[in-house]
Design a protein around this ligand. Structure first.
Ligand SMILES: [Cu+2]
Length: 159
């Protein structure tokens, strides 16, 4: 009887831990390729990072602008990699859903700009308390499986 309850608790715990499975934040690379960003449009998930690379070779930078980005776009102050060519890589974490536009200041007028679409995360990232609950659920699931296996073994011995 006790084992049956443990098994049920373990099954519920397993289901809870699957339901609360966190989405893993990713880093997406956008390369300054010649006088273009590649890719120049990208869709990411809330919490993801964009890392721009190869900014120093042809003196590029990355500055946020209002959307849509155009050849006339200017910095809006949300983020900036600084003086063109000063850094080779630059990263920004996008924590909220929406559309973000950016431009390379020296080359924006010849079309070097891009757009990032940030989609809402499908599941919230668990808090530390939720991680504890998930850990406990996995342990209960494992214990339940162990109990089921042990009962099966005992039944075989007794028959
Ligand atoms: Cu540039």
């Amino acid at each position: 009887m006790k084992n049956r309850w443990l098994s049920r608790i373990a099954a519920i715990g397993g289901a809870l831990s699957l339901a609360a499975a966190p989405s893993i934040a990713e880093t997406h690379i956008v390369t300054a390729s010649g006088f273009e960003f590649s890719p120049d449009t990208i869709t990411i998930t809330e919490g993801d990072t964009i890392m721009w690379t190869d900014l120093s070779g042809l003196s590029h930078n990355v500055v946020s602008t209002d959307c849509p980005a155009t050849v006339a776009s200017v910095a809006n102050g949300d983020f900036s990699s600084g003086i063109p060519g000063a850094v080779d890589t630059y990263s920004v974490v996008f924590g909220s859903a929406g559309t973000v536009c950016y431009v390379c200041e020296p080359h924006g007028a010849i079309g070097m700009f891009g757009t990032i679409t940030v989609e809402a995360a499908t599941a919230p990232v668990p808090t530390m308390g939720e991680w504890g609950l998930i850990t406990m659920s996995v342990l209960l699931l494992g214990f339940g499986a162990f109990q089921l296996k042990r009962r099966g073994t005992l039944a075989a011995v007794n028959s």
